[in-house]
Write a protein that binds this ligand. Structure first.
Ligand SMILES: Nc1ncnc2c1ncn2[C@@H]1O[C@H](COP(=O)(O)OP(=O)(O)OP(=O)(O)O)[C@@H](O)[C@H]1O
Ligand SMILES: [Mg+2]
Length: 321
């Protein structure tokens, strides 16, 4: 992992205390009894930090917390010995609920999350700022709570740039669009749907993805790492395009695979682009073989199982990869 010493600061603006309830059969409109309950710290930036931390790469997770679930979230993270920098807010940390029945069918109910006041947003910026002297990267991952101005991401980008830290983004919708347009992103990690929404058209072939990624690059961004689920990932930079993937896997849980992918990319900081892509895909593949949002550890990573292709044929459909 190239002896990287400077830390990766992750920012999760809308973390959650994830509750998974096991029920035999889910009957809407009736009283259902849970046979099992699991609590997990949820949030994409937090997942990225957890992945890096498990590989001994310095990282700290910045996120707002409030209420009883916020306290439980921090307690859950203590089990991972993850360096955290929580920012206290007035609102209550949200809880996303997943109902899983005996057949494995899942129903998800996600809360919107607390609104963040201007002072609270400033406090989050201050928290990031205080971590910057030792930071190589600022990584913003996950959704923005309602009401957070899109310009907040640009302020974070400016903060990172001012201290010589690279900026990575994994979000979707309007905030992604605004941040891409503002430029200065060292890497963006959309999945196919997020990239399609960003450019406003369907992406069927490798050439479609490349054209969309080149639009992102032309706004002044350095690399687009497009994850394609079971079809691996495409990396597009001004220097070229690479695909990496491997034999089909039988996933245990694909939740958080994209976060593991971004972690792997960051872990391979300093390596040539194709090697970074290989590591990113190896981490993503490892994540789907682990339960829930468990992040891979070094023993789970199989770099040799990842196939790499430079300049993949643009006429191939993504499904053919
Ligand atoms: N079914 C699968 N089989 C093999 N590899 C997979 C599968 N699903 C995901 N992956 C691996 O994980 C990576 C990331 O997956 P995906 O594109 O689904 O991310 P994502 O949609 O951003 O996920 P999330 O945001 O939920 O973490 C892929 O690039 C691939 O390497
Ligand atoms: Mg994702």
């Amino acid at each position: 992992m190239n002896g990287q010493q400077r830390a990766v600061v992750t920012v999760t603006l809308n973390p959650s205390l994830d509750r998974t309830l096991g029920v035999d059969e889910l009957i809407p409109g009736e009283v259902n009894r849970a046979s099992q309950v699991w609590l997990d710290a949820g949030g994409k930036g937090i997942n990225v930090s957890r992945g890096l931390n498990q590989h001994g790469i310095p990282t700290v997770a910045v996120f707002p917390v409030g209420g009883a679930d916020g306290r439980t979230l921090i307690a859950e993270l203590a089990d991972f010995a993850l360096p955290v920098h929580p920012v206290q807010i007035d609102g209550a940390t949200r809880s996303n609920v997943t109902l899983v029945d005996a057949k494995g069918s899942t129903t998800k109910i996600n809360e919107p999350g607390p609104q963040l006041s201007e002072a609270e947003l400033d406090a989050i910026l201050d928290a990031v700022k205080s971590e910057l002297p030792t930071a190589a990267w600022v990584v913003v991952a996950g959704s923005l709570p309602e009401g957070v101005p899109e310009a907040f991401l640009t302020r974070l980008a400016a903060l990172a740039a001012g201290r010589g830290a690279s900026y990575a983004l994994d979000t979707s919708g309007a905030p992604l669009k605004a941040a891409v347009a503002a430029g200065g992103l060292a890497v963006v990690k959309p999945n196919t749907e997020e990239l399609a929404e960003l450019v406003g058209r369907e992406l069927t072939t490798v050439g479609d993805v490349e054209a969309a990624a080149r639009e992102v690059l032309s706004a002044g961004n350095e690399a687009v790492l497009v994850s394609l689920g079971s079809h691996g990932a495409l990396l597009v930079t001004v220097a070229g395009m690479w695909w990496a993937g491997g034999d089909p896997l039988v996933p245990l849980s694909t939740v958080g695979a994209g976060d593991a992918t971004l972690s792997g990319w960051l872990a391979a900081d300093g390596a040539p682009s194709p090697e970074r892509l290989r590591t990113a895909v190896a981490w993503g593949r490892a994540a789907v073989l682990l339960p829930g949002t468990e992040m891979p550890r070094p023993e789970h990573i199989d770099q040799a199982a990842v196939r790499m292709v430079a300049d993949p044929d643009p006429s191939l459909t993504l499904k053919e990869l």
